[in-house]
Design a binder for this molecule. Sequence first.
Ligand code: NDP
Ligand code: OXD
Length: 313
Amino acid sequence: MTILAIRHGGANAIADYGPHFAEFAPQLELRLWDDPALDLAAVDYVLMWGRDPERLAKMVNLKAIFSPGAGVEHIVNDPTWPQHVPLVRMFTDGFARRMGEYAILGALALMKDLPRNIAGQQARHWDQFDPEPIAPEVRVGVMGMGNLGSVTAKMMQAFGFPVSGWSASRKDIPGITSFAGMDELPEFLAQTDMLVMVLPDTAATKGLMNAERFAMMPKGAGVVNAGRGPQLVLADLMAALDSGHLHGAFLDVFAPEPPPADHAVWGHKRIIMTPHNAAFDTRRERARYVAGAILAHGRGEALPNLYQAGRGY
Ligand code: NDP
Ligand code: OXD
């Protein structure tokens, strides 16, 4: 029997994931992470969010760790994590599609000036105005052109936006201009009216969008951040909004999450917040992905979408 221990979704994990794993890989034995009867040395795979270094260290025969999310900083930021064990990042079609939909929602919300509409409604003020821009006039720049960012970019392109992307390595996607590396970041930002951030949280992305880089963007630009909170300096973003240089922001991720109750971001008139729910996989989608990978691994095939320590994501 192959054992998969689950540390995601609390005490309901087995009830929630069980029927899906039973369909996709009935030969897997699912066990709750903190089941006191679990023989830790017998665990083959884990699906885990967050940290429990002590228990993880006792799983001495682990073949792989699966993250239920695309971001893996919740595991790798703990220096004691077992780095010899392959770490698989989540990716499914539904995941990418939700991210694309979120980015389109954010871009449209800022183009249509939803913050102004919401302020008007809250003040019971019939603030009639004409939000002019249409998609073909708004140059979208997607920061992070990986599994989620590249699908997002293509969905935005299909919607009618002119799209470019920025990533560590150059991409070749028809109709999408590719910028790569720090040297090309200023040029990328200078031609971006709507910045869509889908980057991982790494040493290199922390604080990436700061006052200096917001200033490189055209006046009136918008920012959608669905990557991670630390890649954007929130105080600098709010200052750029307050000065009128940037027009609005649509933010899903923060550092910390949630922001402190007295943080000015909650009441900022040019910011719309969502509670880190831009994109996710359902239990069923995750189970299909993890079961497929475990079965393939059992047949001697490579694990998909592995974390690479050298690049930090
Ligand atoms: P991928 O690893 O597939 O893609 C990451 C992209 O970022 C790649 O294009 C990579 O470049 C680029 N990148 C990374 N570091 C740098 C850097 N220093 N400079 C330039 N480009 C860089 O990840 P996913 O697309 O699967 O996920 C991206 C992130 O989205 C996650 O790590 C997570 O933080 C966030 N996320 C947020 C969610 C939410 O609900 N808000 C949900 C899911 C994910 P290259 O292609 O050259 O490697
Ligand atoms: C993820 C997330 O990284 O949900 O998958 O943020």
